[in-house]
Design a protein around this ligand. Structure first.
Ligand code: MN
Length: 326
C-alpha cells in the first residue's frame, strides 16, 4: 500500500498515520505501508508512474483521476486542479465507482478529523485512541491557537513536531515519523532520539527567522508585507507576522526555497475583523494559479520567476490594503 500525503504539513503526516491505522484495523490487516510526500509546485503535481502500490491512497492533497488511486481523502477548498478532475470525481460518485473510496468535504478543519469521522461512521473504526492527534490536527491546520504566543513560542509537543515537519530537509524523516503518530502520545513522539535531536537547531533558526521578519516586515492599512527572497530559508512559522504586528488582518510574504518562489497569503487568526468582512484568500490565490483555504493560501512560482511572484504579491498587497480602507 502506498500512501501519498501532503508533505511538510502536520495534518498531512497525521492523515497518513491515521489512514494506515484505519486501513490496517478495518480493511486489511496484512498490508505494508510506504509513505510518499507530495508538495504543491508549479506544473504537474503527480507522477502516475509512482502509483505502484497494489493500492494507492492520497490524503490531504489534491485530487487525481488516475485509476491507480484507490483511496482519496481531502478537505481543501481547491481540491480539484482542473474542471476535468472535478467532473471525474462527480461521475465516479454518481455511478458508484468511487463510493466509499474517495472522500471530500471542505467543511472539515483538518483532513485528519475528516478521516477519523469517515473511518468511524462508515467503517466502524475506533477513533478514541487517536483523539489527541485529531484534536491537534484541527488546532494546527485550522490555526486555532489561543494566542500568537502559543503559536510562535510553541510550548505544546504538536507545535514542536509541526516545526520539525515543516522545516526538515531529510526526505526520510516524515515517513519514519508517520507510524509513531497513531502509536504513542505526542509527548512521547518528541522524546524519540531521532526526533528530539532535530529540535535545538530548528529552534535557533526559528529565532533567526523571527528576527529577520521583524526587520523586513511592514504593517500598513491592516496588511503586512515582507520579502525575504534574498535569504536562504526553507520555511518559517507563518504566525510570526501576527506575533510581531498583532493589529494586522492579512500578511503577504515572499520567500524562496530550492524548488519554488512562494507568495504566502494569510490572515491573522486573532484578528478583530468580522468574519463577513474578510476577503476569501483562496479565490485571490486561484487567480494566480495558487490555492488554499478561505483564510490562508499560497501561490508557487518556479524559482527563476521571482519578478512575476513579486508583481503578484504587490498586486495582492494593494488589493487587501484597499479593502481595509474601503
Ligand atoms: Mn490539511
Amino acid at each position: 500500500m502506498r500512501v501519498f500525503y501532503h508533505d511538510k504539513c502536520f495534518d498531512g503526516a497525521c492523515s497518513a498515520s491515521l489512514f494506515s491505522r484505519f486501513h490496517r484495523e478495518c480493511i486489511r490487516g496484512d498490508a505494508d505501508y510506504e509513505y510518499c510526500g507530495l508538495v504543491h509546485r508549479a506544473g504537474a503535481l503527480f507522477n502516475e508512474a509512482d502509483f505502484t502500490g497494489d493500492e494507492n491512497a492520497i490524503v490531504d492533497f489534491k485530487y487525481s483521476a488516475s485509476p491507480y488511486i484507490t483511496w482519496w481523502f481531502d478537505h481543501h477548498l481547491s481540491a480539484f486542479l482542473t474542471p476535468e478532475d472535478h467532473e471525474d470525481y462527480l461521475r465516479g460518485m454518481a455511478d458508484g465507482r468511487y463510493r466509499d473510496r474517495r472522500f471530500y468535504d471542505p467543511h472539515y478543519i483538518s483532513c485528519t478529523s475528516f478521516l477519523a469521522h469517515i473511518a468511524s461512521t462508515r467503517f466502524g473504526f475506533d477513533a478514541a485512541p487517536v483523539a489527541e492527534l485529531v484534536r491537534w490536527a484541527d488546532i494546527v491546520d485550522g490555526a486555532l491557537y489561543e494566542s500568537p504566543e502559543a503559536a510562535v513560542e510553541m510550548p505544546a509537543p504538536a507545535m514542536k513536531l509541526t516545526l520539525i515537519i515543516e522545516s526538515t530537509q531529510d526526505p526520510g524523516f516524515v515517513p519514519r515519523l508517520i507510524p509513531l503518530l497513531t502509536r504513542m502520545p505526542l509527548q512521547q513522539v518528541i522524546e524519540q532520539p531521532f526526533v528530539a535531536s532535530l529540535l535545538p537547531p530548528l529552534l535557533e533558526r526559528h529565532q533567526r527567522s523571527l528576527d529577520l521578519i521583524r526587520e523586513r516586515s511592514e504593517s500598513k492599512d491592516g496588511t503586512i508585507y515582507f520579502d525575504i527572497t534574498d535569504q536562504p530559508l526553507e520555511g518559517y512559522n507563518k504566525f510570526i507576522p501576527y506575533y510581531l504586528h498583532p493589529e494586522a488582518t492579512y500578511s503577504i510574504g515572499l520567500s524562496k526555497s530550492s524548488f519554488r518562489t512562494k507568495v504566502a497569503v494569510g490572515s491573522n487568526p486573532w484578528t478583530k475583523t468580522k468574519p463577513e468582512d474578510m476577503v476569501n484568500l483562496a479565490t485571490i490565490c486561484e487567480r494566480y494559479g495558487g490555492g488554499g483555504h478561505a483564510r490562508v493560501g499560497a501561490i508557487s512560482f518556479p524559482p527563476n520567476r521571482e519578478d512575476e511572484a513579486r508583481r503578484a504579491a504587490a498586486e495582492i498587497v494593494a488589493e487587501l490594503r484597499h479593502a481595509a480602507v474601503g
